[in-house]
Design a protein around this ligand. Structure first.
Ligand SMILES: *[C@@H]1O[C@H](CO)[C@@H](O)[C@H](O)[C@H]1NC(C)=O
Ligand SMILES: *[C@@H]1O[C@H](CO)[C@@H](O)[C@H](O)[C@H]1NC(C)=O
Ligand SMILES: *[C@@H]1O[C@H](CO)[C@@H](O)[C@H](O)[C@H]1NC(C)=O
Ligand SMILES: *[C@@H]1O[C@H](CO)[C@@H](O)[C@H](O)[C@H]1NC(C)=O
Length: 437
């Protein structure tokens, strides 16, 4: 989301990195070598209305309500490291990380939208005006003894963050006229840990306490869990203990289970894996990839690689965005393909290419391969198309975009992605994500 200017010269980054190490020495990211959070589905950050009419997703709305029992459990057990294995919940579209923030009497349990395209971790804080509705109680920093403003002389308070009076202020503008304002702060965060029956606290994590939000969030997350490559993202802050590695395996929404966010040595990827470089792009800390061509049912489209100048993988975008010229060719091939079955395309916004679903058609759905540098990403038919059950329709889970290509969450289902910020490599491998527990 935030394609903003969180750009720092390398030497400042180095200083901040060293500073982060000294901060991190007081933390206890994990008792073993890894740390795992729970992931919850949420509405898409970028396309919140996307799933409005999809029963597959609607069905899951009920499931999140049962997460209340999970929160009650978490509330009782925040500081007990010997608790039972946590249940994991699936909701709609994108994923959220469940965590708790603060120390008694101010501890609050939150869900934050997991976003690899964002920098800062932030949550709404009392008082917040205006604010968007959140399902969990809002964090009140005045109730948590471990809450602190970032010291005003901290070298972290650099542009885009600003000193105002004696505080460090952020003003994040997202691309769609939304944004948040608040104070850069530090606080204790507590997470489910690996092994599954443990939790771990990380004191002095830098985050944003948002006191003014103009967001179109619709009531599930209270903020964002930034996981991009910039210095204040969660993965950067814990990079020493995790070697800058994190991984997720998104389970499709037809299953209740949503998966784990894993770090460091907690990431297990047996057997051969595909490996592609994470490309450095100026002024961006998102995860850029080099896409060179696309195949449909093993037939190369022979697209010019320059078509895909900017390609990223994002956990905060629900469906894949394809740069318009490439989308046009993909669409043409698919329209021809389904024409053989006498199917007539129609748009169903936000989707562009939809069809009525004849009985038995699903097994004829084609698949897709993204040819990345040094790696092929197979997008199976069940992840390429969305079946809108109550309408008996199906839609291509990709939409055209005028600016960039984004591999969205729907096309990431049932593949484990492992990000390594130290080697700048993305590894991935097909996996049944419902077994990620
Ligand atoms: C870190 O975790 C280990 C193992 O659970 C524990 O023995 C140790 O006291 C913890 N350290 C801190 C600073 O919490
Ligand atoms: C959902 O369905 C309603 C009524 O059938 C319709 O008015 C609305 O435009 C649809 N929304 C989307 C996003 O397709
Ligand atoms: C932690 O939870 C377990 C299981 O509920 C319980 O038996 C144990 O007494 C708790 N320990 C503490 C320190 O609360
Ligand atoms: C994709 O479809 C082609 C043609 O039907 C098939 O040969 C290939 O095995 C499929 N790939 C995957 C990953 O399902």
């Amino acid at each position: 989301m935030a394609k903003s200017s969180h750009l720092l010269p390398f030497h400042i980054l180095l200083v901040l990195f060293l500073l982060r190490i000294s901060l991190a020495t007081t933390t206890n990211v994990t008792s073993e070598n890894g740390l795992s959070f729970q992931l919850l589905y949420s509405d898409s950050v970028r396309d919140p209305s996307l799933y409005a009419n999809l029963t597959t997703f609607q069905r899951l709305e009920r499931i999140i309500q049962s997460s209340e029992s999970y929160f009650q459990w978490l509330r009782r057990s925040s500081y007990n490291t010997t608790v039972i294995r946590p249940k994991i919940f699936a909701h709609m579209g994108i994923f959220m990380v469940a965590l708790s923030i603060g120390t008694p009497p101010g501890t609050k349990h939150l869900t934050l939208a997991l976003n690899t395209g964002d920098s800062l971790i932030w949550t709404q804080c009392i008082p917040c005006n205006p604010s968007f509705p959140q399902t969990t109680p809002m964090f009140d920093p005045s109730m948590s003894p471990s809450y602190h403003f970032l010291p005003i002389n901290s070298p972290i308070c650099q542009p885009p963050y600003q000193r105002q009076n004696d505080k460090c202020v952020y003003n994040i503008q997202y691309h769609d006229q939304t944004g948040v304002i608040g104070f850069i702060s530090t606080e204790t965060f507590t997470f489910h840990a690996s092994p599954p029956s443990t939790i771990q606290s990380i004191p002095n994590l830098i985050f944003g306490c948002t006191h003014s939000s103009h967001m179109n969030f619709v009531g599930e997350p209270s903020g964002i869990f930034g996981m991009d490559r910039s210095r204040l993202s969660f993965i950067s802050q814990v990079s020493r203990r995790t070697n800058g590695r994190f991984s997720y395996c998104f389970s499709p929404p037809s299953t209740v289970y949503a998966g784990l966010l894993r770090f460091g040595n907690d990431i297990v990827m047996p057997g051969p894996v595909q490996t592609t470089p994470i490309i450095n792009v100026q002024n961006s800390y998102s995860y850029h990839l080099e896409l060179t061509d696309i195949s449909i049912d093993n037939q190369r489209l022979h697209l010019p690689a320059r078509m895909f100048e900017v390609t990223e993988i994002d956990s905060g975008t629900a469906i894949t965005h394809l740069i318009r010229p490439a989308y046009a060719i993909v669409k043409e091939v698919l329209v021809q393909y389904f024409n053989h079955f006498h199917l007539v395309p129609f748009p169903r916004p936000p989707f562009d290419l939809c069809y009525n679903l004849p009985p038995g058609m699903r097994r004829f759905f084609p698949n897709m391969t993204w040819h990345l540098r040094d790696a092929d990403l197979a997008i199976h038919a069940e992840e390429l198309f969305l079946v809108v059950e109550h309408n008996n329709e199906f839609c291509l889970g990709m939409v055209p975009d005028d600016h960039l290509t984004i591999l969205g969450v729907l096309q990431q289902y049932n593949t484990r992605f492992s990000y390594d910020l130290q080697t700048n490599l993305l590894k991935f491998k097909r996996e049944d994500c419902s077994h990620d527990m």
